[in-house]
Design a protein. Structure first.
Length: 386
């Protein structure tokens, strides 16, 4: 069975819809929790000691966890709400956020959710109805014993991501009976694009001191930025109303050392310190693409042991005893002269038992794509030259 999603094709004949979101105090808490989850994931990634370019989506991962709160009770729900916040507040935030997302032919943010269920093991109607109401989730029954089901689910995901990610799942194990998938796709031109004629191979110094030559984009323009003794930060506007890409460039420390200091508090301090510099700032930023795949299960189990253990209370989701078996995310980012494209797919599988005059990013840096209303981080990662 093929399930359609809100693909880019649907918006080609529509007028531009700008991002619209009126934040409440409760919404701000959920947004901060989404970002906090992002930094918790980033600490886990950085802790392996292997400094590699990467990208992932805090918003996509948080979407799946927020949906899961609606099926959890008891200690499992308490664990999830410690990370995401109140289930009801999360539902309200995501309902408003999804409804307010900008959509047009050239610039859009598309967030889609699928609940694929083995037709022999139906989910509770109240759980499905809540996800449809708050997350515009598509719920469909499949024959999990049919080998075609994997390709049908992947076809839905490929349409939602415009083919940027080819596979959400590679198999369905014997006792796996439900699959929850979130896709997040951002596509936007820069408000002030770089000229491809000015892109040239330039020197980039990696964390280990090695020097490589990579394509470096260049322009001179007024921009929002800040600087102190430790780092520079520059926020470059996307054509998507209220969306920006933030580049954070260490000045003294290596990226691995600086990353250990970067947290949610510092992220907000950087945003609060940005100032518009009405001068032609010399901007040099690499033209790059990066893709990553992360297994979140063990990380989430450490953060939420009762929700990701062997016997979580998921009784509001299904009458059959169930537990979460796998959680993983695939993401891709491309930064080019004309703009940015970023895509992420997060899959959760359930098992039923029985100031400077210039900004030259010529060494490793952190980056964030966020909206400046809720300050929610859609994508974040690091570029290390590889």
């Amino acid at each position: 069975m093929f399930v359609s999603c809100n693909s880019q094709e649907q918006y080609r004949e529509q007028e531009v819809k700008d991002f619209s979101l009126v934040m409440t105090a409760e919404d701000s808490v959920i947004s901060a929790n989404v970002n906090g989850l992002g930094f918790a994931i980033f600490k886990e990634i950085a802790s392996n000691g292997d400094l590699q370019s990467c990208v992932f989506s805090p918003l996509s991962a948080a979407s799946v966890l927020a949906m899961t709160t609606n099926g959890a009770s008891g200690l499992a729900l308490q664990d999830l709400e410690k990370i995401i916040g109140s289930s009801q507040c999360a539902n309200d935030f995501f309902r408003k956020y999804i409804q307010g997302l900008p959509q047009s032919k050239d610039n859009s943010v598309l967030l889609n959710n699928l609940i694929a269920v083995d037709q022999k093991y139906p989910l509770n109607d109240s759980f499905v109805n809540q996800l449809q109401d708050s997350y515009q989730a598509v719920a469909r029954n499949y024959d999990f014993s049919d080998i075609k089901t994997v390709s049908e689910i992947n076809d839905w995901m490929k349409e939602c991501t415009e083919g940027r990610i080819s596979e959400a799942i590679d198999k369905i194990d014997d006792q796996e009976r439900a699959i929850m998938i979130n896709t997040l796709r951002l596509k936007s031109r820069w408000s002030d694009p770089f000229s491809s004629q000015l892109t040239k191979d330039r020197r980039f110094v990696k964390d280990d001191g090695d020097t490589i030559m990579i394509p470096m984009m260049y322009q001179e323009m007024p921009v929002e930025m800040m600087e102190n003794d430790e780092y520079q930060a520059l926020a470059k506007e996307l054509e998507l109303n209220h969306f920006k890409m933030l580049f954070v460039l260490p000045k003294k420390l290596s990226l691995s050392a600086f990353s250990s200091m970067m947290d949610l508090k510092m992220f907000y301090e950087i945003l609060d310190s940005l100032q518009f510099i009405d001068d032609n700032i010399k901007i040099s930023i690499p033209k790059f693409s990066v893709s990553s795949e992360f297994n979140y299960f063990e990380s989430f189990k450490r953060l939420m042991p009762n929700a990701f253990g062997m016997n979580p209370d998921l009784s509001k989701m299904t009458r059959v005893p169930a537990r979460i078996d796998r959680v993983f995310q695939k993401s891709a980012l491309e930064v080019m002269e004309y703009g940015v494209e970023a895509t992420s797919v997060t899959t959760e599988i359930y098992l039923f038992k029985g100031m400077s005059p210039s900004f030259c990013a010529d060494h490793p840096f952190l980056y964030f794509i966020y909206d400046d209303i809720s300050r929610t981080i859609l994508f974040m990662g690091q570029f290390c030259g590889n």
